[in-house]
Write a protein that binds this ligand. Structure first.
Ligand code: HEM
Length: 421
């Protein structure tokens, strides 16, 4: 009788903490120190999560929503204090606060109108606005002095683009940006109790704002995404309620923002770390889109996403109980040598960079992947043209990263246009 390979006891890594300063500084050094070939799945007691590192396992989880629920996708990493929980509940912010945490059929109900209104035409129509915004932001830079590229370009660009796409009045962009910052720390960081209350208050204000926006748009439609959702509501008000439209806008306002800010920041950082990479794009701008794809494999802006088992399961040879919380390490999957040979090499000509799991896979696959890629491509084109000699200053600068598990990119990146003579 053939014998099945036996599932093993799960290895435990007591020292694995993705919010530790050393990890935040260089998660790839931590990855390189782990025996992931022998232990592709391990338990991290610092988080109470099982860490999944192999491409095939991460992909299998994404493709099986019955066995692996999305309920943990936005779950606060630390239990919230009662005061924060009460503020969130009163503000209509539930533990599965939006589409990306829901399973079918609740997910399908929201995903269908979200993708229907997110037409390729609407994304393509953003191209002119992205170009104009990038030019405006770069025109404001003094080419004779070093500047912080995050403050000047990567942070303001995607926020302006996604908010104008949605139909948010420009006067409100700054408030929305601030609320998004609170949201990142609340769900993906480790805030202290008093900070939790502050973040929860922001979250309630953020949701209240989006409800009011939907009500105002209902009476004054525009050529924007919120109005496109309202048109779907008009066809069958029961199939998509105003509350659900506000929830979809809650998804987009955040998902289209830090992810892309970080993607552009990571791209420029990795190019300037080895200036020949940047110089090549100055000469061959047609390589930019593929370079962006390789960055998404090499140093993704969403390095971790989460799931939870709905029943006992075996993954990477390890038996998992029901309700096991999974830390899907997308950045590690991008370095899996069985899919990406010589994975530590940054290779813009790699034929399969696009197989990256950086945008997820399956029913929750990122709705904004084309928009995010387009923004990064146009930003790089606009940067390499006027600044062919751009460099990091100092070259070995300490790059700050926000202390959370899922959104990674430089919080500041000092560059010199190299034009001061
Ligand atoms: C450019 C960098 C981006 C990255 C790396 C990224 C990554 C991701 C990931 C990992 C997921 C979860 C997938 C899953 O659970 O299987 C996701 C979902 C999502 N993304 Fe993105 N994203 C990016 C940009 C955007 C943009 C620009 C938008 C919209 C304007 C957007 C909207 C969404 C939405 C709405 C979902 C939820 C889809 C669902 O639950 O069905 N993303 N994204």
């Amino acid at each position: 009788m053939a014998t099945e390979p036996e599932a093993v006891q799960c290895p435990v890594r007591a020292d694995f903490d993705p919010l530790d300063p050393a990890f935040l500084e260089d998660p790839y050094a931590v990855l390189a120190s782990l025996p992931v070939a022998e232990e592709p799945v391990f338990y991290a007691p610092a988080l109470d999560y099982y860490v999944v590192t192999r491409y095939a396992d991460v992909e299998a989880v994404f493709l099986d929503p019955h066995s692996y629920s999305a309920a943990t996708a936005q779950l606060p990493l630390v239990p919230l204090v009662p005061a924060a929980r009460e503020i969130l509940a009163a503000g209509g912010h539930r533990p599965q606060p939006s589409m990306v945490s829901l399973d079918p059929p609740a997910h399908t109900r929201l995903r269908r109108p979200t993708s229907r209104a997110f037409t390729p035409r609407r994304v393509a129509a953003m191209e002119a606005r992205i170009r104009a915004t990038v030019d405006e932001l770069l025109d404001a830079v003094d080419p004779a002095a070093p500047f912080d590229l995050v403050a000047a370009l990567t942070f303001p660009l995607p926020a302006s683009i996604v908010f104008s796409f949605m139909g948010v009045p420009e006067a409100d962009w700054a408030r929305l940006k601030e609320w998004c910052g609170h949201r990142a720390t609340l769900a993906w960081g480790r805030p202290a109790p008093d900070e939790q209350v502050e973040h929860a208050e922001s979250m309630a204000a953020y949701r209240g704002y989006l409800r009011e926006l939907v009500a105002a748009k209902a009476d004054a439609r525009g050529d924007d995404y919120a109005s496109a959702l309202l048109a779907i509501h008009d066809e069958d008000p029961e199939a998509l309620t105003h509350e659900e439209i506000a929830s979809i806008l809650f998804s987009l306002s955040f998902a289209g923002h830090e992810t892309t800010n970080n993607l552009i920041g990571n791209t420029v950082r990795r190019l300037l770390e080895e200036p020949v990479r940047y110089e090549r794009l100055v000469k061959e701008p047609q390589q930019i889109p593929h370079t962006v794809d390789e960055i998404l494999r090499f140093d993704p802006s969403v390095p971790v996403w989460r799931r939870v088992t709905t029943k006992p399961a075996t993954l990477g040879g390890v038996e998992l109980p029901a309700n096991a919380k999974l830390f899907l390490w997308l950045a590690a999957a991008g370095r899996d040598a069985s899919v990406f040979p010589d994975p530590e090499a940054f290779d813009p000509e790699r034929p399969n960079s696009r197989r990256t799991l950086a945008f997820g896979r399956g029913i929750h696959f990122c709705i904004g992947s084309a928009l995010g890629r387009l923004e990064a491509t146009l930003a790089l084109e606009a940067l390499t043209r006027p600044f062919p000699a751009l460099r990091l200053v100092p070259a070995d600068q300490e790059i700050p990263f926000h202390p959370n598990i899922s959104f990674r990119g430089p919080q500041a990146l000092w560059v010199d246009p190299g034009m001061s003579g």
